[in-house]
Design a protein around this ligand. Structure first.
Ligand code: 5GP
Length: 120
């Protein structure tokens, strides 16, 4: 069983504190930090600390279901912590057409301004 499928990414270095990031929330399973290139006043990236093969949502397997729930719930907690009382958006980019650039599954939490729908 290859529990670490996929090449290491920049997010592994953030988990290991090998490169700096502004961490806004952390629990046993999840790390959340500010995006280096924010697309909204609040732009937080939430990742599973253990990638466990989860390079992208489309690669998820049954054993990843718990951490997927952990990530979504953590997004709600961070939204509250960031004071996003008027609303927010949670996004997962998957693959080339989804504009995914880092192949370690992550949620984007965006808020702090009026967002447009649909996105581009
Ligand atoms: P994706 O395009 O894969 O959905 O999102 C990857 C996100 O990670 C991008 O929004 C990008 O700005 C962010 N990102 C890439 N490298 C770093 C980094 O070294 N530090 C932080 N904080 N964010 C990063």
């Amino acid at each position: 069983l290859n529990v670490d499928a996929g090449a290491p990414t920049i997010f592994d270095k953030i988990v290991k504190r090998e490169i700096p990031a502004t961490v806004v929330y952390e629990n046993v399973k999840v790390l959340a930090f500010r995006d280096i290139n924010p697309q909204a006043p609040v732009h937080v990236v939430l990742i599973p600390k253990e990638r466990d093969g989860l390079t992208q949502l489309s690669k998820a397997s049954e054993r990843n279901k718990d951490v997927l729930g952990e990530l979504l719930f953590a997004a709600k907690v961070v939204a509250e912590q960031e004071g996003l009382v008027e609303g927010f958006r949670v996004v997962i980019n998957d693959g080339p057409q989804g504009c995914q650039s880092v192949y370690h599954l992550h949620l984007h939490l965006l808020g702090g301004r009026q967002l447009k729908w649909p996105p581009g």
